[in-house]
Design a protein around this ligand. Structure first.
Ligand code: HEM
Length: 433
């Protein structure tokens, strides 16, 4: 890793001997402990650390679950029930893992929206951002395959709906679906390959996270002002300042996580997944986990299957292009008065998309009544369509235009100036030209 030379001095004869053979402590000191970090990072910057810890929690609980799980259609459901009832603390390990997935997604959404608000995707952090988007895609695939493993009704039918989408791809679609299924329907080979990949992908994620942090350490952290580090006065060493701050945030986040695990462990799941998969009984309403709902709404917004699939994947892939779609020279939303409002509108639009993805398409929005086909009605489908259009409008029209038309507020001359102006308002900073 480049970015910062370390001051590491081996203190004992053994440390010196080891250092000459593997200078790993040198790297730890330079990259983790002494790393110069902007001194004004707020709590939104603790979510990267929270995510890293959550990945470790998911891997550890997952490896323990795999010791007791049987990836076979005739035994998977019972083996999960066995984990819940017979394995010592099995219920805890399983609830930590299933709710851990939701916590992981809450943290990643906060992390991504933080990046969007403060313009962390802009030069020179484009590659860092794009590795992040790749991480997000792999997370989605991993969680999807994990949800299939208990082989409940929603596992089975969710797998069926999502794998079927690939068949819409012209020419190769059917072959891809057959390959995913390992046959001509969702069955034992499908469960086997999903189990294998669900075990593998978290380690791929860990590798991507190493690349992500490497890229971060080459270009350095962004910060709430979006102004680049200009002098050593703008930074403080990562440890102890941010190790302590991150540790505190992780403890608070774990209290939130524990509240779900111990008080409402099934709230974020689907009751119907406690019924074993039955290929002959289709559930009345097939819905994915909450973290996929906005994309599910986009998929259903387009009346054509292939169109829906393109829109759904397009809505994620467009994030790769974000650094070039946002034309503003100013990074942080703090100094972009109009962007700030559009940012919040976009966030609300994503939440509404989530609601739109949760209901049966032809029902009235936020009511269980089926819509009258002869009357104009605000259905889940219609709301999904409006919000889908706005989602793409935000990236393809609003962001590119806003960067050209908006007049940003004056930026502080440096991070230190912004910090001083906050703690001593009388020493107001001089805006940079
Ligand atoms: C397993 C998932 C992930 C882990 C463990 C992770 C870890 C981290 C860490 C430790 C940092 C530095 C601290 C911080 O800024 O919070 C960071 C920064 C960053 N991450 Fe992630 N990340 C993950 C996913 C993502 C995703 C999905 C994206 C975007 C799509 C992303 C984009 C960024 C960006 C742009 C920064 C630089 C932030 C700045 O300095 O302003 N990350 N990440």
């Amino acid at each position: 890793m480049s970015g910062h030379a370390s001051n590491y001095e081996p203190k004992s004869a053994f440390a010196k001997w080891f250092h000459e053979r593997l200078p790993i402590m040198d790297m730890v000191q330079g990259q983790a402990l002494d790393f110069p970090t902007p001194k004004n990072l707020n709590y939104w910057w603790t979510f990267g650390g929270i995510l890293a810890v959550m990945l470790v929690v998911q891997i550890i609980t997952g490896v323990v679950l795999a010791m007791h799980y049987t990836p076979h259609v005739s035994m998977a459901f019972q083996s999960v029930e066995g984990i819940m009832r017979d394995v010592n603390s099995g219920w805890l390990i399983r609830y930590l893992h299933s709710n851990g997935a939701s916590m992981f997604f809450i943290a990643v959404y906060i992390h991504m929206f933080r990046g969007m608000y403060y313009g962390s995707y802009k030069a020179p952090r484009e590659v860092l951002w794009m590795i992040g988007v790749l991480i997000y895609l792999v997370m989605m695939a991993t969680a999807f395959m994990g949800y299939v493993l208990p082989w409940g009704q929603m596992s089975f039918w969710g797998a069926k709906v999502i794998t079927n989408l690939f068949s819409a791809i012209p020419w190769v679609g059917d072959s891809i679906t057959t390959l995913l299924w390992g046959g001509y329907s969702v069955d034992n080979p499908t469960l086997n390959r999903f189990f294998s990949l669900h075990y593998l992908l978290p380690f791929v994620l860990a590798g991507l996270v190493v690349l992500h942090i490497w890229a971060l350490h080459v270009v350095g952290n962004n910060n709430p002002t979006g102004v680049s580090v200009k002098s050593p006065q703008d930074t403080i060493p990562f440890s102890p300042y941010y190790t302590v701050k991150d540790a505190f945030a992780i403890v608070v986040f774990f209290m939130f996580y524990a509240a779900w695990v111990f008080f409402s462990p099934n709230y974020l799941g689907h009751a119907i997944n406690y019924q074993e998969a039955n290929p002959l009984v289709t559930p009345a309403h097939i819905v994915p986990e909450w973290y996929y709902l906005p994309f599910y709404a986009i998929l259903r917004a387009i009346p054509d299957k292939l169109g829906g699939v393109i829109a759904m994947f397009g809505s994620i892939l467009i994030l790769f292009a974000l650094p070039w779609l946002d034309t503003s020279k100013v990074r942080s939303g703090t100094y972009r008065p109009i962007f700030k409002q559009f940012f919040w509108l976009f966030a609300i639009n994503c939440v509404i998309l989530g609601f739109a993805g949760s209901g049966a398409p032809d029902n009235y929005f936020l009511s269980h009544e089926p819509a009258d086909p002869d009357k104009w009605a605000l259905t889940y489908k219609l709301v999904g369509q409006i919000c889908t259009a706005y989602y793409f409008l935000h990236f393809l029209v609003i962001l590119p235009l806003l960067g050209l038309l908006e007049t940003p507020k004056p930026l502080p001359a440096s991070i230190s100036d912004a910090v001083l102006a906050k703690s001593h308002p009388s020493t107001a900073y001089v805006p940079a030209e």
